[in-house]
Design a protein around this ligand. Structure first.
Ligand SMILES: *Cc1c(COP(=O)(O)O)cnc(C)c1O
Length: 401
């Protein structure tokens, strides 16, 4: 009998909603794409998005940016990172995270991650003390949340300013508090592969008016900061308005117009992602070779991708698995490869950093597989993908035993 094959695309995200297309067309028709190009009392799509996202997130302030990476750079600089300052971050994250630290001249100090793909709190505490770090760019990589209560206690004790990278946790929460609201600031991405899609884009949130005034000037607001949707009062700009450089990292009205209708659907999208995640996770749990990262009860997650480990897998077996899955149309990434492919990258491929030894993380990455779950997949698609995964994993691990 022919083995079933999946024919969907792992890089095709959900369609842009009709309301977003209509709003984008309206912006294109009037042509006022720059966020400050507004007429009369028109607030502009970007300012409205800031207002609506701040409300949805439960943050006082929101600044729309050109990308998630720009949101992180601006946040680090606005938080006071100076050239040469050590900045702690997760040893497993995406390249824009060490990139943001490099952009502000910070010295990245990588912290080990656990088998559950979250920052190792013991290593965090030790490294923070060793290098006298004052900043942590905490990356909730692939949506995995560390115990945020314990992390917040450590940060308080060590006087660490925490900036959260929420690229994969827009809509996730810990013990009822949304990710992004624990640290001094939350940084979100609206790049195509994240939870809202405007091609490129970022959102920065915080409750600190002084921080947000600095961030707003940094984003390139000229003297038009009064036209923001969820910014601090003008008195907060007196200090930074002539003292912060302009990094030109604004969002434009076209992208904001595409995002606003998606924000209205976001809670529903999250439910849909989690339904897809649960189908695949349920099947993988039945596979004895597989270890799934723990998802503690305190966490509410967004299953926009799934990660699993096959502990102690040999690189030849891992490559055989990827090939077998690819033949059946299932695109899985492995973080144990010698060189990065596409979006997989491990810390030793960030050669602009000082080399750092992360034996625990290396061991985790050598066994780590990763798969996107686009909303364009139906639940039936997910059941088929799950069957193929279990089938192929069982075959290669049986052959290797
Ligand atoms: C995508 C991503 C970002 C930000 O990416 P941009 O492409 O700059 O919007 C940050 N952190 C992680 C972990 C990401 O995956």
């Amino acid at each position: 009998m022919m083995k079933p094959v999946f024919s969907g695309s792992f890089t095709q995200q959900a369609k842009i909603p009709d309301a977003a297309i209509a709003a984008a067309l309206e912006v294109l028709r009037h042509g006022r794409l720059h966020r400050y190009n507004t007429v009369a009392a028109e607030p502009g799509e970007t300012a409205l998005l800031e207002q609506e996202f701040a409300h949805w997130q439960g943050a006082r302030y929101c600044l729309a940016c050109a990308s998630g990476g720009q949101a992180m750079q601006i946040a680090l600089r606005a938080a006071g990172v100076k050239s040469g300052d050590p900045v702690l971050t997760n040893g497993f994250t995406l390249a824009p995270v060490p990139g943001a630290i490099a952009a502000v001249g910070g010295a990245t100090v990588l912290v080990e991650v656990t088998a559950d793909l979250v920052i190792d709190l013991a290593d965090l505490e030790q490294k923070a003390r060793n290098v006298s770090a004052r900043y942590l760019l905490l990356s909730h990589m692939r949506g995995h949340l560390v115990d945020m209560k314990r992390l917040s206690d450590i940060a308080k004790r060590l006087n660490l300013t925490v900036i959260e990278d929420c690229a994969h946790t827009m809509g996730a929460s810990w013990a009822g508090t949304k990710s992004g609201n624990f640290g001094h600031a939350g940084c979100f991405s609206t790049q195509t592969y994240k939870h809202m899609n405007s091609g490129e884009g970022g959102l920065l949130t915080s409750n600190d008016p002084d921080f947000m005034a600095r961030a707003t000037i940094l984003s390139g607001s000229y003297m038009l900061y009064g036209r923001h949707g969820a910014g601090p009062d003008s008195e907060y700009f007196e200090g930074p308005r002539l003292n912060m450089p302009n990094m030109s990292a604004r969002m434009d009205n076209l992208r904001a117009a595409i995002l606003r209708p998606q924000l209205r659907e976001l809670d529903h999208s999250i439910e849909s992602w989690n339904e897809r995640y649960d189908i695949i996770a349920k099947h993988l749990k039945e596979c004895s070779a597989v270890a799934l990262p723990k998802r503690p009860d305190d966490g509410k997650f967004v299953g926009s991708s799934i990660q699993f480990r096959i502990p102690d897998i040999h690189p030849d077996t891992a490559n055989a698995l990827l090939a077998g899955l690819a033949q059946r149309g299932v695109e899985v990434k492995w973080f144990g490869g010698a060189t990065p492919i596409g979006f997989t990258s491990s810390h030793d491929s960030w050669r602009y950093l000082q080399r750092q030894s992360l034996p625990v993380t290396d061991n985790v990455l050598a066994s780590l597989f990763d798969m996107r779950l686009p909303l364009a997949f139906s639940l039936k698609d997910c059941a088929l993908i799950a069957d193929i995964l279990v089938d192929e994993i069982s075959a290669v691990t049986r052959a290797a035993a």
